[in-house]
Design a protein around this ligand. Structure first.
Ligand code: HAM
Length: 431
């Protein structure tokens, strides 16, 4: 009989492992820029760690863990996630006494006995990061900003969704309101949700049954129940995200599959992955360290699903998207060329891929080249326009020209965002 790999466990062959390394290298660079150091943790832990940390009523603990007895009959579990292990190690080695703030990251396999499908495996890998010892909104925003930086550097387009899950003061009120709501619509809910209603009503929002989804569309939202401190915290997180142009949407129905979260929670989605489209999830867990027997230290973190990101990177490679410039600059004449040279340098330093032609070439020849390279946006700098501090942005997909003021002092990301956003603005009156 032919022996094959265990269902849901995959081999990573050389063609794919090369992409893994690219992701690994970029993630390590982004994490280092934000001051994280690596922690390498065991794959096997005592079962109790996960049931306490993740929550007895979660799908992971109820039905997805690989749990087995050791020789002395104590119960062991292959880790289904990394946060619990990081905190176990943090407490065990008294890291709180050494440093008031710990920023730790880990990379490695996790195990969940889920139904395998595209993008969902029983052994999968995560790149995770945890910050212990900070509860201010700035650090929440920093973590999300780092994620955006990483996805930008990988040239992947993602959508970040954010919510606040409240805290021990306000969430119980919401839980009760959701339970009352669920009970008023009991007949329309599935069997599982009947059980969830009593054990953990927040799980209702997680149910994938179409009937339940229809019901929960009318459910009360947590945002309306947030207490003053949670509301202020969340408002400041959002203000910082906006300040640095992090593209995010508020999703008041976002709940996470693990119980330890409070306040800021988020998920990152990508297109092209089918139903398993969440590439990263995370949030704040201020009570967890104390819950696991450590000091009252707040925490926040995330984990990226490596296999899903690798799928995206492979698809991008196939379509040659990785070689596609974010911006193609067309200078017309010598003065424009010199200006374009500076703009291109700054954007490239900011991690954007920019192509630049000689100002001696004509408009048509340069545009042909931009088209060939598949550039989405072209910035045309003619000498007369430049004198007026203006350029023209051509959206190659929409085949539209938009005049725009080019402020040479703009930071790279702000300039790129301005160029992309021209799209969503109505065309200015021709003057
Ligand atoms: P999670 O949302 O359960 O969070 O998992 C994070 C990511 O791991 C998901 O967004 C997904 O990309 C990937 N993932 C999860 N399950 C699978 C699977 N069966 N197959 C493939 N990929 C999968 C956590 O694990 C938390 N520990 C994140 C965290 C860290 N929160 C705070 N700190």
């Amino acid at each position: 009989m032919k022996i094959t790999a265990v269902r849901g466990f995959r081999d990573i062959l050389p063609e794919e492992s090369a992409v893994w390394h690219r992701l690994d290298t970029q993630a390590r660079a982004s994490l280092a820029a934000y001051g994280f150091s690596e922690i390498i943790l065991p794959i096997l832990e005592k079962t109790q760690l996960f049931s306490r940390a993740i929550g007895e009523t979660t799908d992971i603990v109820e039905k997805e863990m690989y749990t087995f007895p050791d020789r002395d009959e104590s119960s062991l579990t292959l880790r289904p996630e990394g946060t619990a292990s990081v905190i176990r190690a943090y407490i065990e080695h008294s890291l709180a006494h050494q440093e008031p703030v710990s920023k730790l990251f880990y990379i490695g396999p996790m195990f969940r006995r889920e139904r395998p499908q595209k993008g969902r495996y029983r052994q999968f890998h995560q790149i995770g990061a945890e910050i212990l010892g900070r509860d201010d909104p700035l650090i929440d925003a920093e973590l999300l900003l780092m994620l955006q930086d990483l996805f930008t550097a990988l040239r992947l387009e993602v959508a970040i969704e954010v919510n606040s899950l409240g805290d021990a003061v306000c969430r119980p009120l919401y839980r009760e309101s959701l339970r009352a709501f669920g009970e008023s619509r009991l007949a329309e809910l599935c069997e599982n949700c009947h059980a969830r209603l009593h054990r953990n009503p927040l799980r209702l929002l997680d149910c994938k049954e179409p009937g339940c989804r229809q019901v929960t569309a009318d459910a009360p939202v947590l945002t309306a129940f947030l207490c003053g401190p949670c509301r202020d915290h969340f408002a400041q997180v959002q203000a910082y995200l906006r300040q640095e142009n992090v593209a995010f949407t508020l999703n008041p129905r976002l709940v996470r599959g693990l119980d330890y979260y409070c306040r800021t929670a988020f998920e990152v989605f990508a297109q092209g992955l089918g139903s398993q489209n969440s590439v990263c999830g995370g949030g704040r867990y201020d009570g967890l360290v104390a819950e696991l027997g450590g000091p009252a230290v707040p925490g926040i973190g995330f984990a990226i699903g490596v296999e899903r990101l690798v799928m995206l990177l492979q698809a991008a490679q196939e379509h040659n998207l990785l070689a596609t410039p974010d911006l193609f600059i067309v200078p017309l004449g010598q003065a424009a060329e010199s200006q374009a040279f500076s703009i291109a340098h700054r954007l490239r330093q900011g991690g954007y891929r920019v192509e630049l032609e000689s100002g001696n070439r004509g408009l048509k020849a340069q545009m042909r080249r931009a088209d060939k390279l598949g550039a989405r946006y072209v910035l045309i700098l003619g000498e007369t326009e430049l004198a007026a501090g203006k350029g023209t942005v051509r959206d190659m997909q929409a085949k539209q020209d938009r005049p725009t003021a080019i402020d040479l002092a703009l930071p790279a990301q702000v300039m790129i965002d301005a160029i992309r956003n021209l799209n969503s603005q109505p065309l200015a009156e021709k003057d």
